[in-house]
Write a protein that binds this ligand. Structure first.
Ligand SMILES: NC(=O)c1ccc[n+]([C@@H]2O[C@H](COP(=O)([O-])OP(=O)(O)OC[C@H]3O[C@@H](n4cnc5c(N)ncnc54)[C@H](OP(=O)(O)O)[C@@H]3O)[C@@H](O)[C@H]2O)c1
Length: 333
């Protein structure tokens, strides 16, 4: 079958390759991929930024498709079912944090950028009827991350004032949509005026250009003293701006560090204003089920940026690297 394989010796670091299909183990299923979606993790892998990266692994955490084969011990109910795959494997029993055996589909385990993928059957969920294949593929990793950041970690309550930074990002898209669906007032930030316009159209109250430091003063005025909850995936030096626009007693939940570590942290403002700075990563099986229920109940449609055929994966990865996307980038075998 055709697959996008990490190839650290090649110029582009990923390559469309013919690979044999994996053999199915007990408790596993084969899913014929109808659509897969990129996460920044795939591009970080391509850039060699994770430890123990090995050439030959098929990248891709997100996918949706049809179960074509089931392994020993798997309920025949799943055969030929339309499914989405929860990429969070072996979370463990504790809702607060993932266990030692936690892994994410698509490195080190072969992932979804292929004609088919083999996953444990307990990672399957039926595809929500209201979603297209592309939308279904877009949902799992980013949707789960956004949902946990807002709810379990962020303790979001109705009518609260929420800021979602970097609205163009995959997780940010879900965070904004979910927060609106949960009854919050949502503001956004972005480096692109076009993306801000789109966010306002989708129901955001205010939009800010985070590349202009003046946004901080305006946001404090608009939010009447700061946001109750901020959801961020960038970190970096602008993290201190988030501390400035967080209301006394408020929460900043961050799930990523696209801009690296902050060079300094305004510690005094954090303790004086009784702020809570909280880290969040993907989510438990319970978080995933609840996220899916919200998506189904509110008929939420993930925002699709652009669809690429598998053989144009390099263009798709380059688009993510350049930060051009607004929503999820899709690959179709
Ligand atoms: N912990 C986890 O479980 C988890 C899960 C998923 C992702 N992540 C991490 O979270 C980050 C985002 O992931 P993603 O898949 O959503 O990536 P993505 O779709 O590539 O989003 C990146 C976005 O970051 C925004 N950004 C860049 N610099 C910024 C800044 N200084 N302030 C605010 N926003 C900024 C940009 O938004 P604009 O285009 O609007 O400017 C860009 O579109 C990555 O670092 C990823 O590794 C972590």
């Amino acid at each position: 079958m055709k697959a996008i394989v990490l190839n650290l010796d090649s110029k582009e670091k990923i390559k469309l390759t013919d690979v044999p299909e994996s053999i199915l183990g007990p408790g596993e299923v084969r899913v014929k991929i109808k659509a897969a979606a990129l996460n920044h993790r795939d591009e970080w892998s391509r850039q060699g930024l994770y430890p123990n990266l090995k050439s030959g692994v098929i990248l891709g955490s997100d996918g949706a498709g049809v179960v074509s084969e089931i392994g020993k011990g798997v309920d025949s109910f799943w055969l030929r079912k339309e499914v989405i795959i929860n990429a969070a494997i072996n979370w463990g029993d504790n809702q607060s944090f993932q266990g030692k055996n936690f892994e994410i589909l698509g490195m080190p385990r072969n992932g979804t950028f292929a004609e088919s993928v083999v996953v444990p059957a307990d990672r399957l969920h039926q595809k929500p009827d209201h979603l297209t294949w592309e939308e279904a593929a877009a949902l799992p990793l980013a949707g789960l991350t956004a949902y946990r950041a807002l709810t379990y970690q962020g303790h979001l309550e109705e009518d609260e004032n929420v800021l979602v930074t970097g609205f163009g990002g995959g997780v940010a898209q879900f965070a904004a949509q979910f927060a609106l669906a949960l009854g919050a007032k949502v503001s956004i930030s972005s480096s692109s005026s076009d993306k801000i316009k789109k966010g306002l159209k989708k129901g955001a109250s205010f939009g800010y250009d985070y590349t202009n430091p003046k946004w901080v003063d305006q946001a404090i005025v608009d939010s009447r003293g700061g946001f109750d909850l901020i959801i961020d995936g960038a970190a970096g030096d602008s993290f201190n701006q988030l501390i400035q626009v967080c209301k006394p007693g408020g929460r900043v939940v961050f799930y990523g560090a696209t801009r690296g570590n902050p060079g300094k942290l305004e510690a005094r403002r954090v303790f004086w204003n009784q702020l809570k700075i909280i880290g969040s990563t993907m989510g438990s099986d319970k978080d995933f089920r609840k996220m899916l229920q919200l998506v189904e109940r509110k008929e939420i449609h993930p925002v699709i940026d652009k669809v690429f055929p598998l053989d144009q994966a390099i263009d798709a990865f380059d688009r993510m690297r350049a930060g051009e996307q607004m929503g999820k980038i899709i690959l179709k075998p």
